[in-house]
Ligand binder design. Structure first.
Ligand SMILES: *Cc1c(COP(=O)(O)O)cnc(C)c1O
Length: 366
């Protein structure tokens, strides 16, 4: 007997999550100095974090011998005011991935079906398979979610629908009117998750109105994160917003101390620093234009992106990725997202984007 046989089939069948290669690892592998390496692989904020968050972290460090506030009282107050929702409408996670997992654990059994899109965020199939529920993949249309296709895929067994808006790794965005019409069409006994990890990177006119929709749809859960525009990816803090009844269920399966005290303090300080988010937004808009134009000049097709990354098509993507690594540029292959001819590059600082484009140019036009 192999020890792995002790785990249920649905667990053995999970494909492990592939993250971006850490800088230190590449430095060891190719013998480069870590300073010469540019990591544009995990949609991290190239500006780092808010100076106010940094100060809050230094203060919170003094309390690490104490358990964190399991109810995240202060962060809850801050977000409740920020969004105009009741404190009971918020649940916190060790990153928003944790919130996605809480949703799966609270609602799914092996009898249930979960709908998500082709090329959608990898965590949806992961949390679905961990429970042993059945994932139903709806083919993408022009790399985006096909919401009509989602409606057609609903069966009496459908319990949960995951929508990434904008989606990672394609960067596609659904129209607000379309999403609202979809919510109206979905039966009330199906939970809909709107994963809005990149909402802060959207232009004002395109920002989600999902928080207002919560009043209308008790089956709606919105998830957001401090990992992207707020620059706190390493601290792991995200949250879900929904009806108090849904949040109560999610809290029952939540580990009581899932968000540490440094993360809570940094999140509160970040939320107050609107200037930092505005700066991050502006840098991302400019960098996205820079990268998109650079790719066009190289004759490469890319998917227009609403996130802080761009997925582009390139022949021999795996070999190109290896050559980028050899030149100290880490991007993300996305073949596990059913996009074998694509690579995803995160928007960096101006000079990092130049380094990426220069390396790519040298590789494809040697
Ligand atoms: C990055 C990302 C998240 C957030 O992950 P965290 O766990 O909050 O760091 C969630 N959804 C999508 C689509 C993402 O790309």
């Amino acid at each position: 007997m192999s020890i792995a046989e002790l785990a249920p089939r649905n667990v053995c069948d999970i494909a492990p999550y592939q993250g971006g290669k850490p800088i230190e690892e590449l430095a060891r592998e190719v013998g480069l100095n870590p300073d010469e390496i540019v990591k544009l692989a995990s949609n991290e904020n190239p500006l780092g974090l808010s100076p106010q968050a940094q100060a809050a972290i230094e203060e919170a460090i003094l309390d690490v011998s104490l358990y964190p506030d399991g109810n995240a009282f202060s962060l809850r107050q801050a977000l409740s005011q920020h969004y105009g929702v009741r404190p009971e409408q918020l649940v916190f996670g060790n990153g928003s991935n944790d919130v996605l997992e809480l949703i799966a654990r609270a609602f799914l059994t092996q009898e249930d079906e979960v709908i998500y899109s082709q090329h959608a965020f990898a965590v949806y199939p992961l949390v679905t398979q961990a429970i042993g529920a059945k994932g139903v993949l709806v083919p993408a249309v022009e790399y985006g979610h096909d919401l009509d296709g989602f409606l057609k895929a609903i069966t009496p067994r459908t319990k949960l629908i995951f929508i990434a808006n904008p989606n990672n790794p394609t960067g596609t965005l659904l129209d607000k009117i379309e999403v609202l019409a979809f919510l109206k069409a979905v039966p009330a006994n199906v939970i809909v998750v709107l994963d809005e990890a990149y909402d802060e990177y959207l232009p004002e006119a395109q920002k989600s109105e999902s928080i207002a929709w919560l009043e209308q749809f008790e089956n709606l859960i919105v998830s957001r994160t401090f990992s992207k525009a707020y620059g706190l990816a390493g601290l792991r803090v995200g949250y879900g917003i929904a009806s108090a009844e849904v949040i109560d269920l999610l809290n029952r399966v939540r580990q009581p101390f899932n968000v540490n005290n440094i993360a809570q303090a940094a999140a509160i300080a970040s939320l107050r620093d609107a200037d930092f988010v505005a700066k991050s937004y502006a840098l991302n808009q400019a960098g996205k234009v820079q990268i998109s134009q650079g790719l066009s000049e190289l004759g490469l097709d890319y998917i227009p992106s609403f996130g802080n990354f761009v997925s582009f098509q390139v022949a021999n993507s795996m070999a190109v990725n290896q050559q980028l690594l050899a030149r100290g540029v880490i991007v993300r292959p996305v073949s596990n997202y059913d996009l074998p001819d694509f690579l995803r590059v995160s928007v960096g600082l101006f000079d990092q984007n130049v380094k990426f484009l220069t390396a790519l140019s040298a590789i494809i036009n040697p």
